[in-house]
Design a protein around this ligand. Structure first.
Ligand SMILES: Cc1cc2nc3c(=O)[nH]c(=O)nc-3n(C[C@H](O)[C@H](O)[C@H](O)COP(=O)(O)OP(=O)(O)OC[C@H]3O[C@@H](n4cnc5c(N)ncnc54)[C@H](O)[C@@H]3O)c2cc1C
Length: 407
């Protein structure tokens, strides 16, 4: 009889948890060890900046599985367990508590951590980031009515936090270093639409300014801006992006380039795979490498990695999809922002529900859907199929998108 093998997953976030489930689903019969440094079991993060703050929902509302699932599926889940080193030659890893584990297959799902600002005063109490359920528990207690909150960074997390802080009655200021919000992710019209809504809700937005220092005696009391102004603040939440946790892989000698480099099967080489936010994969559909920080990637990449582990490789990739919720606005994005030849609007922004398209060579390459989630399916088919569409029909809300797919 052959020896039982061990699959070790490093990182018990969404991608790590889904990898464990995929291993069982696809027929891995041996040992599965899921190691995570957080104290909470695997959960989805999107609610942390949304319902957890606006509705007071449990930070683990997005938990992947009920507590009994792990035992029932033979998944050894170890929490508060940090992996400190990998020995690829010996297929062995070291843990912060001095323990060691051997693997036959290793999946790295170490995700990202929130970037921090490196400026004077950055360590003062009252300056936070939001990445984990533990962060969300603290932010929830700090967002009290009347609190002066400064959000540093006008990306998705900053904007969702702004909407949540408004809902909790805080006085909210948002700083964005670029001239526009979400410049790298959104077309101008959508960014302006969101900015206008935030301003209507009472958020003060300062663009083209950064933070030069945080100030206060024993706790945060204000921020000094790059244009010399000073803002009062009780709480600052820094949302200036995330950086992939690649140090473990890098120190072990795995190739890293803003993400652990893997092929289109999430394979890093040897018996090592990487999935989710921490990985830069060759996207079979886009035809280039890509690192994605999205729920969908954390959900789908594990299936591809496990197919390769089980010797049934199938190339991974596809049209990226992302969403954000702010106030009563549901924004969905299909495709990554890129230079386009033509931009089209469908519907009237004043109505609160409209779409924006970017076209290249007569085909739609990006779509932003504002309160128009029902159009996601036909649009996905139009973009993925690289269908040539009549721009007038596309811009006409009376022409169903389904009709364009059929046409
Ligand atoms: C507040 C917030 C809101 C979001 N909203 C959206 C949204 O609306 N839509 C969307 O598409 N995406 C959203 N995202 C992004 C999405 O949640 C992430 O892309 C997804 O969580 C990535 O999952 P992951 O498992 O790859 O990484 P992570 O969720 O980062 O999990 C990685 C885990 O690995 C652990 N780990 C790292 N190193 C080690 C080590 N050495 N040893 C042990 N454990 C380790 C980490 O502690 C962490 O628990 C949001 C993210 C945040 C933070």
């Amino acid at each position: 009889m052959s020896q039982p093998r061990t699959a070790v997953i490093v990182g018990a976030g969404q991608a790590g948890g889904r990898t464990a489930a995929q291993l069982r689903k696809q027929g891995w019969q041996d040992r599965i060890l899921l190691l995570g440094e957080e104290t909470d079991p695997p959960y989805e993060r999107p609610p942390l900046s949304k319902d957890v703050l606006t509705k007071g929902a449990d930070p683990l509302i997005g938990r992947l599985y009920e507590p009994g699932w792990y035992e029932a599926n033979g998944v050894e889940l170890r929490l508060a367990c940090q992996v400190t080193a990998l020995d690829l030659a010996e297929r062995r890893l070291a843990l912060a508590d001095g323990g060691r584990e051997n693997w036959d297959v290793l999946v790295l799902a170490t995700g990202c951590r929130a970037r921090r600002l490196d400026c004077p005063g950055a360590e003062l109490p009252g300056i936070m980031t939001l990445r984990t359920a533990a962060d969300a528990r603290i932010v929830t207690t700090r967002l009290q009515a009347g609190t002066e909150v400064v959000l540093v960074g006008g990306g998705f997390i900053g904007l969702e936090l702004a909407a949540s802080a408004v809902a909790r009655g805080c006085k909210v200021t948002l700083l964005e270093a670029r001239p526009r919000l979400l410049e790298r992710a959104l077309p101008e019209q959508i960014a302006d639409f969101l900015a206008a809504r935030h301003q209507r809700e009472g958020v003060t937005i300062h663009r083209g300014v950064g933070v030069t220092s945080f100030e206060g005696q024993g706790r945060l009391q204000g921020l000094r801006l790059s244009d010399g102004r000073r803002l009062a603040a009780d709480l600052a939440i820094v949302g200036v992006g995330a950086q992939p946790n690649v140090e473990l892989a890098q120190a072990a000698g795995l190739a890293c380039d803003d993400g652990i480099r893997v092929d289109s099967h999430c394979h890093a080489g040897g018996a090592v795979y990487a999935v989710g936010d921490c990985s830069r994969f060759d996207d079979a559909w886009l035809g280039r490498s890509l690192r994605l920080e999205s729920w969908e990637n954390a959900e789908r990449a594990p299936e591809a990695a496990v197919k390769a582990i089980m010797s049934r490789p199938e190339s991974y990739g596809g049209l990226p999809w992302f969403w954000s919720d702010q106030y009563d606005i549901n924004l969905q994005l299909l495709g990554l922002k890129q230079p386009v030849e033509q931009e089209l609007l469908r519907g009237d922004p004043e109505s609160g529900s409209f779409l924006h398209f970017g076209l290249v060579g007569g085909s739609v390459v990006t779509a932003a859907l504002v309160n128009a989630g029902r159009d996601r399916r036909p649009l996905k088919r139009i973009i993925e199929g690289r269908l040539a569409v009549d721009p007038r029909a596309l811009a006409d809300p009376d022409t169903p998108l389904k009709q364009l797919v059929q046409g």
